[in-house]
Write a protein that binds this ligand. Structure first.
Ligand SMILES: C[S@@+](CC[C@H](N)C(=O)[O-])C[C@H]1O[C@@H](n2cnc3c(N)ncnc32)[C@H](O)[C@@H]1O
Length: 196
């Protein structure tokens, strides 16, 4: 998976990693920033996704498509499409460019709109990456968990970088008898939940 990333995707990944560093330091407004995961989180998610049971692969919060590229590597092995939700038009445009440039547009189902209103249509979820605004994590979690297949995984980013904002969400998941949950200290902190 990591040994044969296509050159076009690798190039786009490197460009976006450089741009993300610039965005975080030059005062770019939050709606324009890439706000993407670091590469080690991308690898971690791809490994988890490739190992998840049979079912659909979903991402909430596409931004420019960086994490989507990592997940697409796992989807290629699984023989699945990635369904990814994004609400902001400028991000949708950027992600469309990313997926085209990386040569994976046919493997991605980019859904435009508020994931909270659209998630109900997605069932038999094997893997979900949750990476949107922190105040919608619990709503999204509650829409995904009932539709996760047994053994299916939900990974939520930023639980250490936004510890205070996400404290009640993490408590909610840790106390949820439908899942086993653990915070993994990789990147910005990933809460990993496995459906029982
Ligand atoms: C942290 S960024 C995602 C970064 C991306 N996962 C990556 O690593 O490349 C969060 C994204 O979620 C999007 N978003 C926020 N609320 C949303 C919602 N209700 N539905 C869909 N997308 C949403 C934002 O517009 C933003 O682009």
């Amino acid at each position: 998976m990591f040994h044969n990333i296509p050159d076009s995707m690798l190039k786009r990944m490197k460009e976006m990693e450089s741009q993300d560093v610039i965005d975080r330091t030059d005062g770019t407004p939050i709606t324009k920033r890439l706000r993407q995961i670091p590469p080690e989180t991308g690898k971690f998610l791809a490994l988890l996704c490739a190992s998840a049971p049979k079912g659909n692969v979903v991402e909430i919060g596409t931004s420019g498509g960086y994490s989507g590229m990592w997940l697409s590597l796992a989807c290629r092995i699984r023989g699945d499409q990635l369904t990814t939700f994004e609400i902001l038009p400028n991000k949708i445009e950027l992600a469309t460019q990313t997926f085209r440039t990386a040569g994976i547009e046919d493997a991605i189902n980019l859904i435009r709109g508020d994931a909270r209103q659209l998630l109900d249509q997605y069932h038999q979820i094997a893997f979900c990456f949750l990476d949107a605004e922190k105040d919608i994590y619990t709503d999204c979690y509650e829409k995904v968990i009932p539709n996760l297949v047994p053994g299916g995984l939900l990974a939520a980013d930023n639980v250490l970088s936004h510890q205070d904002d996400l404290a009640s969400f993490v408590e909610h998941a840790e106390a949820d008898p439908r899942v086993d949950a653990l915070t993994v200290p990789i990147g910005k902190g990933v809460l990993l939940c496995r459906k029982i």
